[in-house]
Design a protein. Structure first.
Length: 262
């Protein structure tokens, strides 16, 4: 009888372990499918993600190979490329109405700021997002019911961090000349802490706004340096470059320098 009880106990433990593993695999796949299904629809650019790993026991997780492509008309291959993104989630919130994410940290991201001195790629993606979500308050009109549920899931993010990143600045008006500068740490805190939380679309919009602002600030000096070597500039391009530098040195808001294409 004792042996039977021991065997039953071992079987029970094994079933629990298999159940946890199955839920873990299902959750990883669900997160990946959700990002790849909804991301391209709301941004109108290609979105890639190699893998997702999330532990229900510890709440820790990792996204690998995350890439956001560029809008049509831009020459560089991507707007954002991140090899590894670390997550810390309140595991208890995963099945609740609002998922609480303690930290999202994009480690050594590669950000590309491509501009013709009139518009830029990050601004265009943000414009796409506003167009497809009506300001980020709803899921895209073309989404299926399951995709709509994923997109409208409420979130709370205590810390969203870009760390150790690089910014690649490319100016099409200068014949595609480019330069790489350090991307300073970007930290957004207490997003969606209210009872309503925020949706994935709203989060993406907030992050893009901040990323575009910081990238444009850092790009100003690089553009000034690149303009010195642009021998065959037309008068309009020269004027735009000069105007960009003058505005930056006078402290005018960076948002006025690089408007997004409509």
């Amino acid at each position: 009888m004792k042996k039977i009880l021991v065997r039953l106990f071992l079987v029970f433990v094994l079933l629990i372990i298999l159940g946890v593993v199955a839920v873990h695999l299902f959750l990883d796949d669900a997160v990946k499918r959700g990002i790849l299904a909804v991301g391209p629809k709301i941004t109108k650019v290609e979105v890639k993600l190699e893998s997702v790993s999330l532990s229900l026991l510890t709440g820790s997780g990792k996204l690998s190979g995350f890439v956001i492509g560029n809008p049509e008309g831009y020459k560089t291959p991507s707007a954002l490329s991140v090899g590894s993104t670390a997550l810390a989630v309140d595991a208890r919130s995963l099945l609740s109405d609002k998922i609480i994410i303690r930290t999202i940290e994009l480690e050594a991201p590669e950000v590309t700021f491509e501009t013709d001195l009139k518009a830029n790629n990050l601004g265009k993606i943000r414009s796409n997002l506003e167009e497809t979500t009506g300001g980020g308050k709803s899921a895209p009109a073309t989404a299926t019911p399951s995709e709509e549920a994923k997109a409208s899931k409420k979130l709370q993010i205590d810390n969203f961090v870009f760390s150790g990143g690089k910014l690649h600045v490319t100016v099409s008006a200068f014949g595609g000349k480019s330069a790489t500068v350090k991307l300073p740490e970007i930290r957004l805190k207490d997003l969606g802490t209210g009872p309503e939380g925020i949706t994935a679309a709203e989060l993406t919009k907030l992050v893009l706004q901040k990323l575009e602002e910081v990238a444009a600030q850092q790009a100003t000096t690089a553009i000034a340096e690149l303009s010195k070597g642009a021998v065959y500039l037309g008068q309009d391009a020269k004027a735009a470059a000069t105007n960009t530098v003058e505005k930056a040195t006078k402290g005018i808001g960076i948002g006025d320098l690089f408007k997004s294409k409509k």
